[in-house]
Design a protein around this ligand. Structure first.
Ligand SMILES: Nc1ncnc2c1ncn2[C@@H]1O[C@H](COP(=O)(O)OP(=O)(O)OP(=O)(O)O)[C@@H](O)[C@H]1O
Length: 485
C-alpha cells in the first residue's frame, strides 16, 4: 500500500511545462481501490481528467473503449498485470503514454517495461509530487509529438511538391490536382509541351505517394529501338538474344512496389504497346526468352508531348492502352501561358547555378527580367533553365546584364559590350575562337550544335562523327536545349 498525502494545488508546475493538464485523459489502473482513488485525486488536483479502474480486466476494457492519452498502472495485479496493460495500450493506442508503478521493482521487470515502451517506471512509495512530475512529463511528451506531427504535416503541405517552383494560379491548380492524385494508385498520363516539367511532376507524384520508399524508375520510350526497349522494360533471360550474355531484370520488375515512369509514351512501338497492355492487365511479366511469369505491383505514370488521340486515329497508338494509361490526366500549361512562374523559376535557377559554378551573382539588370517576361519560351522551363545556366557561366562582372543574354533574348540596339571578356564562348560567326577557359559544357554544346548543323540534323550521322552513342546524343540535345534538326 502506498501512502499518498494530499498536497497543495500545484498549477505552477503544469504552467512551467507549458501543458494544459485538462487536455489529457488519464486512466489509473490499480486493484487497490483506495490507492487508485488517491492517485487519481492527486492528479485531478492539478487539472488532469482521471478515470479509475480497479482491476486489470476493467483497465483493459476501458482502454479499448476510450482514447486515453496517459495510463498509470500498477504492475502487480491479478488476471491482467501492469505489463499486460502496457502491451495492450501500445498495441491499440500507440500514441498513449504508459507509466508503470510498482513496489516490487526488479531490474528485469524494469527493462521489460522499458522495452515495451513504458514512458516511466515509478517505484513505491509514491509521493504525489513524483506521480505528478511523471504524469506531466508524459503530457509534455505527447504534446511535443503532436506538435511535431503537425509541423511535419504543414511542412508536407508547403514543401510536399518541393521540386516544383511556381506562383501562377494555373500551376497552383495543377498542384492541387496532384495532391489529390498522388496518394492513390491510379495510372496518370501527364501531358504538356517539351520542357514543361512532366518528369518533375511524375517524381513529385511518386514522392507524395505511399510508394515513396520504393524505386521511381524512369524510362524514355523514344531513346531506344523496339528490341532494346522491350529488353529494358521486361528484362531478358541469359542467351535470349545473341548479345544477351547474362540475365537482366527489366525496369518493370525493378520498379516492383514503386513507380514506373514511361516518358514519351507516344513513341512506343505498336508491338511493345501490346505487350505492355498485357502486363498491365495481368499484373505479371515474363522476361524475354523465359516462360515463367513474375507477379508485379507497379504504379504506372506516363508522359507525352504528342497528341495521342491523333496517333490513335493514325493507327500508331492503341486506344485500349491509351484508356488504361489515362485513368487520370494532368495537363501542364506551357510557360508562356503562366508568366507569373517565369521570374520565380529564373531566380531559382540563377541561385542554383551560381552555387554549382561557384560564381557570385550580386545583381540582375531589370531589363533582363523584362526580356524574360517578353519571350515566349518555346522550350518552356528547360529552355529557361538552360538560359539561366549560360548567363551564370558567361557572366564576368557579377551582374546579369544585357551582355549575358542568350541570342534569343537580345533585341536590336542592345548594348552588348561586356565589361571584360577575354574568352567569349562563341564568336559572332559561330566559330569557337578559344576553348581555353570555357566550361566543358559550353564547348560540348557548341560542338554538338555545329555537328548537327553539318549533318542537317541527322542524329545517327552526328553521333558517329562525335564518337558517342545515339542515345547519349539525344540526351545531350535535350539537356542543352538544342533543336536537334
Ligand atoms: N515547376 C518547375 N520547378 C522547377 N524546375 C522545373 C519545373 N518545371 C520544369 N523544371 C525543370 O525543367 C527541366 C525540364 O523539365 P522536365 O524534364 O520535367 O520536362 P518534360 O516536360 O519532362 O520534358 P520532355 O517532354 O522534353 O521530356 C528540368 O530540369 C526540370 O527540373
Amino acid at each position: 500500500m502506498v501512502s499518498m498525502t494530499s498536497a497543495p494545488q500545484n498549477q505552477t508546475q503544469a504552467d512551467t511545462l507549458d501543458v494544459q493538464p485538462d487536455q489529457f485523459r488519464v486512466l489509473v489502473v490499480d486493484n487497490d481501490k483506495a490507492h487508485a482513488m488517491t492517485m487519481a485525486e492527486s492528479l485531478e488536483r492539478i487539472g488532469f481528467v482521471c478515470t479509475v479502474a480497479t482491476s486489470g480486466p476493467e483497465g483493459a476494457e476501458k482502454i479499448m473503449a476510450e482514447p486515453f492519452e496517459i495510463v498509470v498502472t500498477d504492475l502487480v495485479m491479478n488476471d491482467i498485470d501492469g505489463m499486460g496493460i502496457l502491451q495492450l495500450t501500445k498495441e491499440h493506442r500507440p500514441n498513449c503514454e504508459v507509466i508503470v508503478v510498482t513496489g516490487h521493482a526488479t531490474v528485469s521487470t524494469a527493462v521489460e517495461a522499458m522495452q515495451n515502451e513504458a514512458l516511466n517506471f515509478l517505484e513505491k512509495p509514491l509521493t504525489p509530487d513524483k506521480l505528478r512530475a511523471a504524469t506531466l512529463k508524459a503530457a509534455q511528451t505527447i504534446q511535443l509529438k503532436r506538435q511535431n506531427s503537425e509541423l511535419m504535416r504543414r511542412l508536407d503541405e508547403k514543401f510536399g511538391f518541393e521540386g516544383l517552383i511556381y506562383s501562377s494560379n494555373k500551376m497552383r491548380q495543377v498542384v492541387q490536382r496532384l495532391q489529390r492524385i498522388a496518394p492513390t494508385d491510379a495510372s496518370v498520363l501527364i501531358l504538356g509541351e517539351t520542357g514543361t516539367g512532366k518528369e518533375v511532376v511524375a517524381q513529385a507524384i511518386h514522392q507524395n505517394s505511399p510508394r515513396k520508399k520504393k524505386p521511381f524508375v524512369p524510362l524514355n520510350c523514344a531513346e531506344l529501338s523496339e528490341h532494346l526497349l522491350e529488353s529494358e522494360l521486361f528484362g531478358h533471360a541469359k542467351g535470349a538474344y545473341t548479345d544477351a550474355a547474362s540475365e537482366r531484370i527489366g525496369r518493370l520488375e525493378y520498379a516492383n512496389g514503386g513507380t514506373l515512369f514511361l516518358d514519351e509514351i507516344g513513341d512506343m512501338p505498336l508491338a511493345t504497346q501490346v505487350k505492355l497492355l498485357r502486363v498491365l492487365e495481368s499484373g505479371e511479366i515474363t522476361r524475354v526468352g523465359e516462360n515463367k511469369p513474375v507477379r508485379i505491383n507497379v504504379r504506372l505514370l506516363s508522359a507525352t508531348n504528342a497528341n495521342l488521340e491523333t496517333a490513335i486515329a493514325a493507327g500508331t497508338f492503341r486506344s485500349d492502352l491509351y484508356h488504361r494509361l489515362r485513368i487520370v490526366t494532368v495537363q501542364l500549361p506551357p510557360l508562356r501561358d503562366r508568366p507569373d512562374d517565369i521570374l520565380p523559376l529564373f531566380d531559382h535557377f540563377l541561385k542554383s547555378f551560381s552555387k554549382k559554378h561557384d560564381k557570385k551573382i550580386r545583381g540582375i539588370d531589370r531589363t533582363v527580367f523584362q526580356r524574360c517576361l517578353d519571350y515566349d519560351w518555346p522550350g518552356n522551363v528547360r529552355q529557361l533553365r538552360n538560359f539561366a545556366e549560360s548567363m551564370v557561366v558567361l557572366d564576368l562582372d557579377g551582374t546579369i546584364g544585357l551582355d549575358d543574354l542568350p541570342p534569343e533574348l537580345i533585341q536590336e540596339g542592345d548594348d552588348l559590350v561586356a565589361p571584360v571578356d577575354p574568352n567569349p564562348a562563341v564568336s559572332a560567326n559561330g566559330e569557337m575562337p578559344s576553348m581555353v577557359g570555357q566550361p566543358i559544357s559550353e564547348v560540348e554544346k557548341w560542338l554538338i550544335g555545329e555537328t548537327l548543323k553539318a549533318t542537317s540534323g541527322n542524329r545517327e550521322e552526328a553521333s558517329k562523327m562525335l564518337g558517342i552513342g545515339e542515345r547519349t546524343l539525344y540526351r545531350k540535345i535535350k539537356e542543352y536545349g538544342l533543336r536537334g534538326d
